[in-house]
Design a protein around this ligand. Structure first.
Ligand code: ZN
Length: 377
C-alpha cells in the first residue's frame, strides 16, 4: 500500500504537469452501454455480468464510456480540445484461471487510465506527448523499454479508411520521436491500432506495461462532437492510454526489477534505527520520531536482540538506510549511517542526514547500484 500510494502521488503530480483532469467513474453500467460501445459484441467473453429486477448490468472492462459521458456533460468547442481525463480506473476482466499470475495478471485491475479527446490534427502531438510522459516514468525507475506497434485485427469495427488514417498517425508519431519499434500485425484493439510499451524483467520475461491506442470508432458510436471554428459539429479523435499499465502489474514489475531493494522514495520502510544497547532506546526513539515528523518512514527497533543481529535482519529486508546509535551518538546528537549498497558511512549529525534523505526522496532518486547496473546493460 505504501508503494501504491507513492505511485499515486507521482501519478497526481504528472497529471498536473501534463494537464490531465482527474476523474472517477462508476464500475457498473447497464448492458445497453456495452452494446453501444461495441464491448458487448467484441469483448463480452472477458466481462462479468449481473442482474437486478430483470435489468442486466456489466462490470466495466474498460473506462472509456464513463469518460465519454463526462465529455458529453457539456457542449465542447474546438477551443476546449485537447481534453485529457485521467482516472485510477478499476476494471474487471475475466481471465482463464491458468493464466492468472501473482500481481502480473489479475482479474481486478486498477489502470492509470486516461482518455484524450482531440481534433484529428492534434493526434500526432498528443501521441508524442504520451510517449514522452511514458519515457519520463520509465526513466524514473531505470526500466528499459521495448515498443510495439499493433495494427488492425480481424475482429474489428470501423471502415478501412479510418484504420488507414489511424495506423498512419501512430506510425508518424513514432517516426517523429525517432523511436525504434517492432511491428505486430493484426494485434490492435477492436476499435483501433495501438502502441504497446513492454519491459523485460530480471529473469528475462517480457511484460506489457503501457499502451497508447488511437480510436475513431468510439466517438462515432456515442455521437461525440465538438463545435469547430466553422460553427459546425465535428467528430473528435479519442486516445486511450495507460502508462504504468495497471498499478498491480507495475508494482509486480518493480518488485522483480529491484529485487525488493527499492529506491528510497518508494521503500515501505525507509530508515531502521537500531540502538546498540537498551540504554540507547530513548535516543533511538527520539531519532525515529524526528525523521517521522519530517515525513520519512522510520522505525526504532527496540527488540531485545543483539545490534549485530538487527543489522543483519534490516539488511535482509533491504531497508535502504540503517542508523546505529550508541553512547557517542546519543551524546553528540549524531547517527552512524549504513546505506544499502554503500556500507558503513560513519557518524553524521542527524539534521544533515535528515535533509539529505528528504532531498533524495523529493527528487525520487534511483539507488546508486541500480544506476550502475543500468549503465552497464
Ligand atoms: Zn479506453
Amino acid at each position: 500500500m505504501v508503494i501504491w500510494n507513492e505511485l499515486t502521488a507521482l501519478w497526481r503530480e504528472l497529471n498536473r504537469n501534463w494537464r490531465y483532469q482527474e476523474v472517477r467513474t462508476p464500475i457498473i453500467y447497464s448492458v445497453d452501454v456495452w452494446k453501444q460501445s461495441g464491448h458487448w459484441d467484441k469483448y463480452r467473453d472477458h466481462m462479468f455480468f449481473t442482474e437486478k429486477d430483470g435489468r442486466p448490468f456489466g462490470l466495466k472492462p474498460m473506462n472509456c464510456p464513463g469518460h465519454v459521458f463526462i465529455y458529453q456533460d457539456q457542449r465542447r468547442s474546438y477551443r476546449d480540445l485537447p481534453l485529457r481525463l485521467a482516472e485510477q480506473g478499476l476494471v474487471h476482466r475475466d481471465e482463464p484461471s491458468g493464466t492468472l499470475h501473482g500481481l502480473m495478471r489479475v482479474i481486478h485491475i486498477t489502470q492509470d487510465d486516461a482518455h484524450i479527446f482531440c481534433r484529428h490534427d492534434q493526434v500526432q502531438e498528443e501521441v508524442l506527448g504520451c510517449l514522452e510522459l511514458a519515457q519520463t516514468i520509465y526513466d524514473l525507475f531505470g526500466l528499459d523499454l521495448r515498443i510495439e506497434l499493433s495494427t488492425r485485427p480481424e475482429n474489428r469495427i470501423g471502415s478501412d479508411e479510418l484504420w488507414d488514417d489511424a495506423e498512419a498517425a501512430l506510425e508518424g508519431a513514432l517516426r517523429h520521436a525517432r523511436l525504434e519499434y517492432d511491428l505486430n500485425e493484426g494485434d490492435g484493439a477492436f476499435y483501433g491500432p495501438k502502441i504497446d510499451l513492454h519491459m523485460t524483467d530480471s529473469i528475462g520475461r517480457s511484460w506489457q506495461m503501457g499502451t497508447i491506442q488511437l480510436d475513431y470508432q468510439m466517438p462515432e458510436r456515442f455521437d461525440v462532437t465538438y463545435t469547430g471554428e466553422d460553427n459546425a459539429e465535428h467528430r473528435p479523435a479519442m486516445i486511450h492510454r495507460a502508462l504504468f499499465g495497471s498499478f498491480e502489474r507495475f508494482i509486480g514489475i518493480l518488485i522483480e526489477h529491484f529485487g525488493g531493494a527499492f529506491p528510497l522514495w518508494i521503500a515501505p520502510l525507509q530508515v531502521a534505527v537500531l540502538p546498540v544497547a537498551d540504554r540507547h532506546n530513548a535516543y533511538a526513539e527520539e531519532v525515529a520520531e524526528d525523521l517521522t515528523a519530517a515525513g520519512i518512514r522510520a522505525e526504532a527497533d527496540l527488540r531485545a536482540e543483539s545490534v549485530g543481529r538487527k543489522i543483519a535482519q534490516s539488511e535482509t529486508h533491504k531497508v535502504p538506510v540503517i542508523l546505529v546509535v550508541g553512547d557517542r551518538e546519543a551524546q553528540d546528537g549524531t547517527v552512524s549511517v549504513r546505506r544499502r549498497g554503500e556500507g558503513n558511512l560513519g557518524a553524521r549529525p542527524l539534521q544533515d542526514l535528515r535533509d539529505e534523505l528528504l532531498e533524495e526522496i523529493r527528487e525520487r532518486r534511483l539507488p546508486a547500484s541500480t544506476v550502475d547496473s543500468t549503465q552497464e546493460a
